[in-house]
Design a protein around this ligand. Structure first.
Ligand SMILES: *[C@@H]1O[C@H](CO)[C@@H](O)[C@H](O)[C@H]1NC(C)=O
Ligand SMILES: *[C@@H]1O[C@H](CO)[C@@H](O)[C@H](O)[C@H]1NC(C)=O
Length: 264
């Protein structure tokens, strides 16, 4: 019979500070996804990449992404709070926004963030109400810290590229939301990591070439076909593997070499 301290150590319970009985009955570590339509499950000829991520992970994935949302509207609608309530210690939350966060507050659509990288605030008029709007990093830092306070790990992922071949030749330059995402992960602290999903996806799309990639954007330059979403999910997996697996280390079904793309 092992001493109880050894037994708890073997189970990894000492480090997490959880009492044994509740841990032993708790559910498997879970991955939550928070994002917009490029990640969400769709019902038409387009698809979000979150639908394909589970094939590469040995953990359950709960896709809470929803079309048309920004860091701001996901916050205001209580969707981050919902995930904060659900997470248990060592759950992993992937947060990826940016496609709906730009624009101008002069005609406020409820999604545009206050410009800036820090704690600047904007006063805006939305739906006949005067509202205070925060910056993109502030929304992500607030959400990420609330998740980390519950013991979760957070992956802040840069937004997927618009079709980098739409102009005829390949062009990709990361948007400001990539830098903001990286900074947000740093501000959240050691329980957060940044994944440059946009750059990894763009690099794979570059190697696939214009003809194949154009077909993967059937409606517009933002939303991918199911086959495109599978490639975009693979780019995320590659990026995480290239970072040594991060919080997903040990839960990825694929070797780094077996997944398309090159480490950046
Ligand atoms: C906002 O201010 C708080 C408190 O000073 C700080 O911890 C946080 O990192 C700031 N957020 C951003 C996005 O700069
Ligand atoms: C990882 O491996 C699984 C199981 O073989 C496969 O279904 C999945 O598509 C692979 N993922 C990538 C990104 O190659």
């Amino acid at each position: 019979m092992l001493p109880i301290s050894t037994l708890l150590g073997v189970l990894g319970l000492v480090a997490t500070g959880i009492s044994a009985p509740s841990s032993l009955v708790s559910r498997a570590q879970t991955v939550y996804l928070a994002g917009d339509s490029t990640m969400a499950k769709a019902t038409s000829n387009i698809q979000g990449w979150g639908v394909y991520l589970p094939y590469s992970l040995s953990l359950p994935v709960v896709n809470k992404a929803i079309g048309g949302r920004s860091a701001r509207s996901f916050t205001v609608e209580g969707r981050f709070d919902e995930i904060v309530k659900l997470v248990q210690p060592n759950d992993i939350v992937v947060i990826e926004f940016g496609h709906n966060d730009g624009g101008s507050l002069s005609t406020d659509n409820g999604r545009t963030d206050c410009p800036g990288a820090g704690n600047e605030t904007c006063t805006s008029n939305y739906n006949g109400q005067t509202v205070t709007v925060l910056t993109y990093p502030a929304y992500l830092v607030n959400a990420g810290r609330a998740m980390v306070a519950k013991g979760a790990k957070v992956i802040i992922s840069s937004p997927t590229p618009n079709n980098p071949w739409e102009g005829g030749t390949f062009t990709y330059s990361p948007s400001r939301f990539t830098t903001y995402s990286k900074d947000a992960a740093t501000k959240i602290g050691p329980s957060a990591m940044f994944v440059d999903h946009g750059t990894y996806t763009a690099n794979i799309f570059k190697s696939l070439g214009k003809a194949k990639v154009d077909v993967m954007y059937p409606n517009d330059h933002t939303h991918t076909s199911p086959a495109g979403a599978d490639v975009v999910a693979g780019a995320f997996v590659k990026a995480v593997l290239c970072a040594g697996g991060g919080f997903l280390n040990g839960f990825m079904k694929n070797s780094t070499a077996s997944v398309a793309g090159a480490c950046v």
